[in-house]
Write a protein that binds this ligand. Structure first.
Ligand code: AHM
Ligand code: MG
Length: 337
């Protein structure tokens, strides 16, 4: 029988290779434990009474689902006492959550979208959790502020997501490639199943919410129109389309078999700056995609170079196979007829 490597063993080996400090290893272990608890709740669905609306709104004016609130609580409670964090930030919290004063403070900041793809919860389609780890720039005796979180994505220490699908998969980078783990539901271990995930440079598959087509900017209209012309168009090839409407699931497919994922700027979301959130959606996904050999831009700039201005800032997102992302970006930068 071939030897199975657990997430724990993987992280200990990363620590021995000096790629993961001990407190970061602990942080990632606790995040993995928390997402298992979220996964159990997700899989119980209606049996646990966790589907449907919570009856509240988050800071972004979005209706919260019960699972948004439960997942947020699970992540906060699991991570507040370990001593490796100074503060957390979440899609579901208006402002940051400093570690309570009765617990020791650590060197890291953790950001997350506790339950991504909320519109898919009640229809039993893959949803996920996205997380990002930054260094705490403050001295440990100071309470972090929101400004301490406003670091560009290129400074992320680690990033990852968990997809709650037919199997539960955790995909992680600590800046040394992208590594995937599958939850063994019988033993409760995440098993190392996808070493060094890499994105093919070329693809024939794209993901975009086409119902927004009339709102898109000209460069996106042009790019998608060219893909849709297939073999007889300028690309000389047929392209396929997928849209799950869970960023985790769509990006997981792109990381697994290539493709391009787009939530571009459009007239509907222009006032907000985009649809997806920079700090806990775009940045972690951009780090993973770049680590897998792909690219991630807003159409105009590299996502990881954006200097954040606000915790809940939104940005356009175009990510995936390098050649395609570069093409769409070039259409934005040098609009041709
Ligand atoms: P959420 O974090 O509130 O679930 O919103 C983000 C989601 C992404 O997962 C997904 O890519 C997008 O919103 C789907 O948007 P749309 O409903 O326009 O298809
Ligand atoms: Mg989300």
């Amino acid at each position: 029988m071939s030897q199975r490597i657990s997430l724990t063993q993987f992280l200990i080996e990363e620590q021995r290779a000096a790629r993961v400090p001990a407190d970061l290893r602990l942080l990632l272990e606790v995040v993995a434990r928390a997402v298992k608890a979220i996964g159990v709740t997700v899989s119980k669905g209606a049996l646990a009474g966790v589907l449907g609306e919570a009856g509240t709104e988050n800071v972004q004016g979005e209706e919260q689902k019960k699972l948004d609130v439960i997942s947020n609580e699970i992540l906060l409670q699991a991570n507040e006492w370990g001593g490796y964090l100074a503060a957390m930030a979440s899609e579901e919290l208006e402002t940051i959550y400093p570690v309570p004063p009765n617990y020791p403070k650590g060197d890291y900041l953790l950001l997350f979208d506790p339950l991504d793809g909320s519109s898919n919860i009640d229809v039993n389609v893959t949803i996920g959790t996205i997380f990002s780890v930054l260094r705490n720039p403050q001295a440990k005796d100071k309470t972090p502020t929101e400004a301490d979180f406003l670091q560009p994505g290129r400074d992320q220490i680690a990033a990852g997501y968990v997809a709650y699908g037919p199997s539960t998969q955790l995909v992680l980078t600590v800046g040394d490639g992208v590594h995937g783990f599958t939850l063994d539901r019988e033993t409760g271990d995440f098993i190392y199943t996808n070493p060094f995930m890499t994105l093919p440079a070329e693809t024939r598959e794209y993901a975009i919410n086409a119902s927004n087509a009339r709102h898109w900017e000209a460069p996106v209209q042009r790019y998608i129109a060219e893909l849709q012309q297939g073999k007889t168009g300028p690309r000389g090839s047929d392209f396929n389309m997928r849209w799950i409407a869970s960023m985790v699931a769509d990006v997981h497919r792109v990381l697994t078999r290539g493709g391009i994922f787009m939530y571009p700027l459009d007239e509907k979301c222009r006032a907000k700056g985009g649809k997806l959130r920079l700090m806990y959606e775009a940045n972690p996904m951009a780090m993973l995609v770049e680590q897998a050999g792909g690219a991630a831009t807003t159409g105009r700039t590299r996502i990881l170079d954006i200097i954040p201005e606000r915790l809940h800032q939104r940005v356009p997102v175009i990510l995936g196979s390098r050649a395609e992302v570069e093409r769409v970006t070039s259409y934005h930068l040098d609009p041709a007829p």
